[in-house]
Design a protein around this ligand. Structure first.
Ligand SMILES: C[S@@+](CC[C@H](N)C(=O)[O-])C[C@H]1O[C@@H](n2cnc3c(N)ncnc32)[C@H](O)[C@@H]1O
Length: 185
């Protein structure tokens, strides 16, 4: 998924500052890829150890001047970036908070929005129901499935349209990767 997202992370038009936000950066794999591509990256994660891991990885890779890393919840993020990325974070938000969070990320983005969500499917919904019978200690992290229509409509309300979309599935991992672009006035 991250490999494909890297191919979709285009630099903004000439003359526009190439700034990027990697929200929920984890260990910083994508932040570093963006920095290598030429973006000035603001990486953030709710978990201090992840923000620290990203900062350290950037230093080790000689990209310390291109990546800043901080601890922050998605909803506290502010600023304006030409590219906003958020991978495998929104998959934990149920429909209403998902819409709020995606709208918030879109408000920070001038150009390209890249994110994943867990798409609703009847088969996976049935599997989730079966999983609900297992004790909490034996379950994987809760995944919230979102209808494609909800994603499309939320983006449209925020002035974005989907430019690329790809289902990525491997074992129990099922997400849709989205590239959305802000519509020009
Ligand atoms: C599955 S990892 C994905 C990391 C990275 N985006 C990637 O694709 O490699 C999810 C990350 O999101 C962070 N996270 C979860 N909820 C968050 C929130 N509300 N705000 C910021 N980060 C969050 C977690 O700490 C974790 O590092």
């Amino acid at each position: 998924m991250l490999g494909l997202a890297q191919q979709w992370a285009e630099l903004p038009p000439a003359g526009t500052p190439a700034t990027a936000l990697d929200a929920g950066c984890g260990t910083g794999l994508f932040s570093l890829a963006l920095a290598r591509r030429g973006f000035q990256v603001s990486a953030s994660d709710l978990a201090p150890q992840m923000a620290e891991a990203t900062a350290q990885a950037a230093l080790n890779a000689g990209l310390g001047d291109r990546v800043t890393s901080r601890v922050s919840d998605l909803e506290e993020l502010s600023g304006n970036y030409s590219l906003v990325a958020c991978f495998d974070v929104l998959i934990h938000y149920s429909s209403e908070p998902f819409v709020q969070m995606l709208s918030h990320l879109a408000s920070l983005c001038d150009n390209t929005l890249l994110f994943t969500y867990a798409p609703y499917s009847q088969l996976l919904a049935a599997l989730h129901r079966v999983g609900g019978f297992f004790p909490h200690s034996q379950r994987r992290t809760e995944i919230q499935m979102i209808h494609d229509r909800t994603v499309r409509e939320t983006l449209a309300k925020c002035g974005f349209s989907i430019s690329r979309s790809q289902r990525v599935s491997s074992g129990f991992y099922h997400v849709t990767l989205i590239q959305a672009r802000r519509r020009q006035a």
